[in-house]
Design a protein around this ligand. Structure first.
Ligand code: 5GP
Length: 178
């Protein structure tokens, strides 16, 4: 079913059911990979808030959670190079295994910025888990990107935490712009 948000129309791309299944599978992978560690999951706000909430429930061992807020979009549908650092990560991550949780990797600029910044704080390791990846839009490879929910075309999506002009974050499914 088509939906309208502000001036744009969107159609369904990934259903809630499929997101739930994939999130469970990623959670199991993380449980296996971090069985000898207490990882710190770093959610990148705002877009990842639903994904991280669902993913963390699949983690069956001790872990910590913290947040940072970055923005590379100012309401449009094309990524801007400038990154706004709205809320810094306040947790000490020295010698910790860090897993950054992202909603979507587009050009990769936001992640490169965040990874460079966190590396200076001397964590034991950094991995990235992103719900969505647009491989065609990625400007340079990101070695730390180890967990990806879904690879999608180079299209603008909303729902399940992702917004268009701050709306649509509450949608249970992911939609793409028509
Ligand atoms: P990048 O820096 O990789 O180009 O962009 C990453 C950020 O841009 C994401 O965290 C997200 O906030 C935003 N973004 C990129 N693509 C989309 C999209 O298709 N839809 C929405 N709503 N946001 C996007």
């Amino acid at each position: 079913m088509k939906i309208k948000i502000a001036d744009l129309e969107f159609e369904p791309l990934i259903s809630e059911k499929v997101i739930v299944e994939r999130t469970k599978a990623i959670g199991q992978q993380l449980n296996a990979d971090y069985q000898n560690s207490i990882p710190v999951f770093v959610g990148v706000l705002n877009g990842s808030f639903l994904f991280i909430a669902d993913l963390i429930k699949e983690i069956d061992r001790p872990c910590e959670i913290a947040f940072t807020k970055l923005a590379s979009y100012y309401g449009g549908t094309t990524s801007k190079l400038k990154i706004r650092d709205d809320i810094d990560l306040i947790m000490d991550i020295k010698d910790r295994d860090v897993v950054i949780i992202e909603d979507i990797v587009d050009t990769g600029n936001t992640l490169h910025y965040l990874i460079d910044k966190l590396k200076k704080r001397n964590p034991a390791s950094i991995a990235v888990c992103s719900l969505l990846l647009k491989p065609e839009a990625l400007l340079s490879p990101i070695e730390e990107l180890k967990y990806v929910g879904f690879e999608i075309e180079n299209e603008f999506v909303v729902g399940y935490g992702l917004d268009y002009q701050e709306m649509g974050r509450n949608l249970r499914d992911i939609y793409k712009k028509i």
